[in-house]
Design a protein around this ligand. Structure first.
Ligand code: MG
Length: 260
């Protein structure tokens, strides 16, 4: 039998070097602060402090948020003739069925978005009919808004679903007549110069405080009864709300743009 005089040494070297390489590869990259490229040491006292933000209370936005509804007007929006109203609980706005979708005048990319929505008790839900709206990021990626307590429909079209793509993990929807909240972390997709997809977008969604989408990948622009696909678009586009023919109500809409 032939022997290899260097083999024990080489084996030892491999046993030491390979895990060391893996350790280096797995070492976390320090998060960036304010776009700085510097890598920070553990407990580095020179690391910049995060900006102070006054958190929102009930019905109010945090201090650094972009408000999309000031309680008085829909000046931040364009499109259908939706109406601003008020009741004992404060101001809200309502779909004017048949007048068309609305969208923000300003464009946004990745963001944290908060919205409250309510299906009036007068609405009769029947699957996709009677209590349907939708929140569209970049005017094309829909987080479904639908009365879903009770209301049986296909699960990738119920409240908390990324329409036609991902059902919600659970159904925490309030009954009609009660307000619901969505808190969403939306990451916009990225496209290469040739228009092909570089990185898919994603949504993480808390519905009435309950996780229903856990960093779910966006498969493409929302389509009805068809597979979604991507086509390249601008990095910032309007937020849209859907007029599906039903008089849903909204309030306390704000977002915080996120750096990618
Ligand atoms: Mg919808």
């Amino acid at each position: 039998m032939r022997t290899c005089p260097l083999c024990p040494a080489l084996t030892l070297l491999a046993l030491v070097a390979v895990p060391a390489t893996l350790l280096i590869a797995a070492a976390p990259v320090a998060p960036q602060d304010g776009g700085a490229k510097k890598e920070w040491g553990v407990h580095d006292k020179e690391r910049p402090q995060p900006a102070m933000v006054t958190p929102g209370g009930h019905g109010t936005a945090p201090s650094d948020a972009v408000s999309l509804f000031d309680g008085k007007s829909l000046d931040a929006w364009t499109g259908g003739a939706w109406e601003v109203k008020s009741d004992a609980n404060g101001p809200y706005f309502q779909v004017k069925p048949g007048s068309g979708n609305i969208r923000t005048k300003e464009g946004f990319g990745s963001c944290q978005l908060h919205i409250e929505w309510m299906v009036p008790e007068s609405c009769n839900c029947n699957g996709q009919q009677g209590c349907n709206s939708g929140l569209f990021f970049m005017n094309r990626y829909e987080l479904q808004i639908l009365g879903s307590n009770p209301n049986k429909t296909y699960v990738d079209g119920m409240a908390g679903a990324m329409y036609g793509q991902h059902p919600p993990l659970v159904n925490p929807c309030n009954p009609n007549g009660q307000w619901n909240t969505y808190d969403v972390v939306f990451h916009a997709p990225k496209f290469k110069a040739d228009g092909s997809l570089e990185k898919a977008g994603s949504m993480t969604v808390f519905f009435n405080g309950v996780l229903v989408q856990d960093n779910s990948p966006i498969l493409g622009a929302t389509a009805h009864a068809a597979k979604a696909s991507y086509s390249a678009h601008e990095p910032k586009l309007p937020i849209g709300l859907q007029d599906h023919g039903d008089a849903l109500c909204f309030r306390n809409v704000w977002l915080r743009p996120l750096a990618d």
